[in-house]
Design a protein around this ligand. Structure first.
Ligand SMILES: Cc1cc2nc3c(=O)[nH]c(=O)nc-3n(C[C@H](O)[C@H](O)[C@H](O)COP(=O)(O)OP(=O)(O)OC[C@H]3O[C@@H](n4cnc5c(N)ncnc54)[C@H](O)[C@@H]3O)c2cc1C
Length: 299
């Protein structure tokens, strides 16, 4: 018996609506058999593998500012949905003010893939393993969503419901993600543990983001986000509170890493066992806190 591990891409219709409203209406009318298309790096793999059976792919890359990457010193950064990861990495403004986002994008697969893959597609795919999502959460990303009722803003922290599940409704299209200007002195680290250095999803991904803040007892605030260890990309408020309230020492980092380990609920799968993942969350969180602390210029 031969097993065809890569069946052919099934037939589908490609649509390129002229306006966002036309796109939203079509998607709503064909709910369950149509989906928005950006870079297609998730879509085509799943259709080819027989996991998705959409009749229509609705290209939204050209619609209403989706191609724009705009930085405003007061307002912050807006990434249009169609901006691919290589453009994010290459942006001088992202490198200067949102270095964590560039670092997270750089961890995704290969240069070739990042020429197609978008940050918004990574988010909308809603995989708990999405490498850019932790940075987007730490940077307090807010999505602009266009639906049948027009535009609305959705904080990323409220977006994920489960693996592959989001709050998006039929007809909804994410047009952009916006990041406020980061606090002065902010920096961060993304550590990804994969089975190889190239082109693999994470076994565990740890994002740490920190900045000086006189209103915190410790003088600093940190945010920790975890990938691949829960049904959704996971923020760890218990660790953040601990780090804000205790003196910033190696012992505090160890305790925060322990809290991150306690907060996650990984599964066993082909990439790693649950126990291993939990142990790696602890180790990588402690390491990422140390690197972030160095980057904060304190060591
Ligand atoms: C070889 C390979 C290696 C990979 N390695 C990694 C990796 O290391 N790390 C990682 O995180 N990911 C990886 N991926 C996954 C993938 O590249 C990312 O998830 C990518 O960022 C998705 O973006 P896209 O623009 O290609 O989205 P698409 O494939 O176009 O869309 C993804 C999903 O989002 C929906 N969607 C798209 N646009 C919108 C919109 N505007 N509004 C609402 N919903 C929308 C689509 O309908 C679909 O469900 C890899 C993929 C491949 C093929």
């Amino acid at each position: 018996m031969t097993i065809d591990a890569h069946p052919e891409l099934p037939e589908f219709d490609y649509l390129r609506p002229a306006t966002l409203m036309e796109a939203s209406q079509f998607l709503a009318q064909h709910s369950g058999e149509a989906r928005p298309l950006l870079g297609g790096t998730d879509i085509f793999v799943r259709m080819r593998d027989g996991l998705w059976h959409d009749k229509y792919l609705v290209d939204v890359k050209h619609l209403d500012g989706s191609d724009a990457l705009v930085f405003d010193p007061q307002e912050g950064l807006t990434l249009g949905a169609a901006v691919n990861m290589n453009r994010v990495i290459a942006s001088a403004e992202v490198q200067q003010h949102y270095q964590l986002l560039a670092e997270a994008c750089r961890s995704v697969a290969s240069y070739q893939l990042r020429t197609r893959a978008t940050v918004v597609g990574n988010i909308c795919n809603a995989s708990p393993a999405g490498d850019t999502i932790g940075a987007c959460l730490a940077l307090k990303g807010v999505l602009t969503v266009h639906g049948l009722g027009g535009f609305r803003q959705v904080p990323l922290a409220t977006f994920f419901l489960g693996p592959g599940k989001t709050i998006l409704e039929a007809g909804d299209i994410v047009t952009a993600i916006h990041f406020p200007r980061p606090p002065h002195g902010a920096t961060g680290t993304y550590l990804k543990l994969g089975r190889n250095k190239l082109s693999d999803l994470s076994i565990v991904g740890v994002t740490v983001y920190g900045y000086p803040d006189a209103s915190a007892a410790s003088g600093y605030r940190f945010c920790i986000a975890l990938a691949s260890v829960a049904p959704v990309p996971l923020l760890v408020p218990s660790a953040a509170e601990h780090l804000a309230s205790k003196p910033t020492t190696p012992k505090t980092f160890k305790q925060a890493a322990h809290l991150a380990q306690e907060a996650c609920s990984p599964i066993d799968d082909v990439r790693g066992g649950a126990r291993y993942r939990k142990a790696m969350v602890r180790n990588l969180t402690e390491k990422a806190l140390g690197i972030t602390w160095e980057r904060l210029g304190q060591v």
